[in-house]
Design a protein around this ligand. Structure first.
Ligand code: ATP
Ligand code: MG
Length: 338
């Protein structure tokens, strides 16, 4: 639902959908979010990544008008949320960290209730609710009390409720936390599709992989402070470090033979890791050497720094802390690129 009352903020060529200006939240002496400044552009998929207690939920609450900032301001499509809460609420959808469904009501009733809150005309609401129930795989269960729903179904219903009024900007606070692989995939796919259809997405997560795979840009927040803000790939480049090339050859040569390509090479299992500042040159030299020695190249992968490396460096969390926080990807560190 477009709201013509909300003027559109423009920064250069790009429309600003969400803006935080010096956003600060204090609870007594404790600063939960400290001077946060960021802009999310129209159509972006933005991820706010941070460990437990970093200030992600507090930030979402201030950006959506659920919590008054101690200092600073939040703007949606150029409108100050504290000054024009009704205008803003019509164009945003909010999926809170804790599902806000009424468990004694059915899925259908919850969605009708959400549509009434947003003043969606009845006919329009019914059509949209049917479509949302289909998209989220809840249509068959629409007349069941949501008390009987699984955690994944409740989460999907919560997201559907945030979408009844067709918002232009969608906030999701840890949408997939605690869900199984199937529900997680389903939710990520639906949100990805919404974003492809033009919805600006602001999602908090503590899953590095989720941020890396879904987001155009990522902010990393730690102890209330925004410590990085960029595309996942640029963040990885910024922390620098050498690129390593993992190569597997047949027959397996000796380490000494591979040192013709680089002095910085090590053997791991039946493969070799060659460290280099210039992967293109090193790969072409590897190919030359393999041809000359008549070795067959089974596989070559370049391993770039991962978003997890960035996170560890910027948050000061050790690999053990990260593992404790479920931040290790199932495939382990140093994701390969073919
Ligand atoms: N109402 C409150 N009163 C006092 N302190 C609060 C309140 N709400 C949040 N905090 C504190 O502010 C900090 C940030 O909390 P917040 O919920 O924003 O973190 P988070 O990044 O969302 O964490 P999580 O990953 O666990 O959801 C925490 O130290 C928390 O204890
Ligand atoms: Mg939170």
């Amino acid at each position: 639902m477009k709201n013509e009352n909300v003027c559109e903020a423009v920064d250069g060529e790009l429309k600003v959908a969400i803006e935080a200006r010096d956003l600060t939240k204090q609870y007594g002496e404790f600063t939960a979010v400290n001077d946060l400044n960021l802009k999310v552009f129209d159509g972006e998929f933005f991820g706010l990544l941070g460990p437990n207690g970093a200030g992600k939920t507090t930030t979402v609450k201030m950006l959506t008008g659920l919590s008054k900032p101690t200092k600073g301001e939040a703007l949606i499509m150029g409108a100050n949320i504290m000054e024009r809460p009704l205008d803003v609420k019509r164009i945003i959808g909010v999926v809170p960290e804790v599902s806000n469904i009424y468990v004694e009501m059915t899925a259908w009733e919850n969605l009708i209730f959400a549509a009434e809150l947003y003043d969606v005309p009845r006919g329009e609401a019914v059509e949209r609710i049917k479509m949302l129930l289909e998209v989220f795989g809840l249509y068959e269960r629409r007349h069941d009390k949501s008390a009987n729903f699984s955690k994944g179904m409740r989460r999907r219903l919560t997201i559907a409720m945030a979408l009844v009024h067709n918002p232009r900007v969608l906030f999701l606070d840890e949408p997939t936390s605690g869900l199984d692989v199937q529900s997680t995939r389903n939710i990520r796919e639906v949100v990805r599709r919404l974003n492809r259809d033009g919805v600006t997405v602001f999602m908090t997560t503590h899953f590095i992989d989720e941020a890396d795979n879904l987001c155009n840009r990522v902010g990393i927040i730690n102890k209330g402070q925004l410590v990085a803000l960029d595309t996942p790939e640029r963040l990885k480049q910024k922390i620098g470090g050498r690129v390593s090339i993992e190569v597997s050859l047949q027959p397996i040569p000796s380490l000494e033979e591979l040192k013709e390509v680089s002095s910085d090479v090590m053997k791991t299992g039946d493969k070799f890791i060659v460290y280099t500042e210039n992967p293109s040159i090193t790969i072409s030299e590897l190919i030359k050497l393999a041809n000359a020695k008549e070795w067959k190249i089974i596989s070559v992968k370049t391993l770039t720094p991962s978003l997890e490396d960035v996170f560890v460096k910027l948050t000061g969390l050790t690999a053990v802390d990260v593992e404790r926080l479920e931040l290790i990807r199932p495939s382990g560190r140093g994701r390969g690129r073919e």
